[in-house]
Design a protein around this ligand. Structure first.
Ligand code: NAP
Ligand code: G4F
Length: 341
């Protein structure tokens, strides 16, 4: 029998799941992951490690399927990274968002408990700053203890999941960690999240692929944007600590969508000049006057969160976790990747 620790990662094909799979392979784990059946290949982010991991077809909403995977794999650690993770889409897919994000973790917890694995299997849940809602104007740093008033189906589904995790840890004495992650991005970020959308546009523009101007929604929104690799390291540390607890990971800085646009175009030597306001705001190349960015209300949300900024002191103190990548470096890495790929 192998001494390797066995891990099961849901959402292994996603941004964080693929980064975590690499990290755990490096640390000698036997890595298993759950992917969904799709009519096209959906393993681009894990193709380079395909032969080193074991994949299982599954869906968080399918209790029988999840239970049988856990029964077969008998993992030492489960990282639940699968989610309907797009906030705007959650307004259009409310029911499915709850089925995946809330019932999904409940299915995992119930499976572990009923299979008699409660003492063996540690469980990680990816919670989110969307759980806070509009509770700060940016002058107050969010912590693990801040008030939570989510304003999106996504945020509500994740807050319910967070409470389910707390309840399982307290009621059944299980090793369950639920951590609040502020936005984290990188080269593998999904194409419809704002940072990657901007980086990809700038990458194409640098190659002369000039179509219509970049279409964006709320330019004023501010986020605490970190680098996904740093966050995945923090997630790993939480699961290695001797007792389960909830931690918040953040950089402690917030920047607006508008600032992200400016820095991203700066990477290819373009300065942006903004003219107009609200739906009529536009971003021009300061030197040539070319129109580069337009506001398109199609990308507005029924309710948006204007500020998200977090204080990760607890993770610093207890786990020794610090984000290593600055905002400027993050933008640089994403644009450089978009230019080369
Ligand atoms: P992501 O790139 O969107 O990856 C999510 C993964 O979940 C994808 O592989 C997706 O599969 C899979 N998935 C979706 N629905 C599923 C279902 N019903 N059953 C099984 N798998 C399903 O997300 P991420 O950015 O890596 O985020 C990882 C986790 O952290 C998520 O839970 C997210 O909500 C949470 N989080 C992320 C951030 C952030 O800024 N990135 C911040 C806070 C919390 P397909 O590839 O087939 O779509
Ligand atoms: O990139 P976003 O879609 O990320 P959002 O909504 O903050 O959610 C991400 O972070 C959460 C943590 O806080 C995660 F839990 C969640 O899974 C996801 O990873 O939007 C960021 C901001 C929003 O205010 C949005 O209104 O950018 C604004 N925005 C402006 N124009 C846009 C666009 N967002 C998107 N996706 N597309 C736009 O064109």
């Amino acid at each position: 029998m192998s001494n390797k620790k066995v891990v099961l990662i849901t959402g292994i094909g996603g941004q964080d799941g693929s980064l975590l799979a690499e990290l755990l392979l490096e640390r000698g784990y036997d890595v298993h992951g759950i992917i969904r059946r799709a009519s096209n290949f959906n393993t681009q982010r894990i193709d380079h490690i395909f032969n080193k991991i074991t994949l299982h077809y599954g869906d968080l909403t399918d209790m029988g399927n999840i239970t049988s995977i856990i029964a077969n794999v008998k993992p030492d650690e489960i990282y639940n990274l699968a989610a309907m993770s797009h906030v705007r889409v959650s307004f259009e897919m409310e029911n499915y968002t709850f089925q995946t994000n809330t019932m999904g973790i409940l299915n995992i917890l119930q499976a572990v408990r009923t299979l008699g694995l409660s003492e063996k299997t540690k469980i990680y849940q990816a919670s989110t700053s969307e759980m806070y809602g509009n509770t700060t104007d940016g002058s107050k740093m969010l912590t693990e203890r801040s008030e939570m008033n989510p304003v999106s189906p996504y945020g509500i589904s994740k807050l319910a999941a967070h409470h389910i995790c707390n309840y399982y840890r307290d009621a059944y004495n299980m090793f369950v960690v639920s951590s609040v992650l502020l936005n984290h991005e990188g080269e593998r970020r999904g194409l419809t999240f704002v940072t990657q959308k901007i980086a990809q546009y700038v990458g194409k523009y640098s190659h002369g692929k000039i179509g219509k101007p970049l279409q964006l929604g709320n330019l004023n929104a501010k986020r605490d944007w970190g680098y996904a690799k740093d966050y995945v390291w923090g997630i790993y540390l939480m699961m290695q600590y001797d007792k389960p607890d909830n931690y918040l990971l953040a950089t402690g800085e917030e920047h607006s969508v508008r600032e992200f646009v400016e820095l991203a175009f700066n990477e290819i030597g373009i300065s942006i000049e903004w003219r107009g306001s609200g739906e009529d705001e536009r971003g021009y190349n300061k030197l040539t006057g070319d129109l580069l960015v337009e506001v398109n209300p199609k990308y507005y949300r029924p309710i948006d969160i204007e500020h998200l900024i977090g204080d990760a002191s607890k993770a610093h103190k207890v786990l020794g976790w610090h984000p290593k990548t600055s905002f400027k470096t993050l933008v640089h890495l994403m644009v450089a990747n978009a230019i080369t790929n």
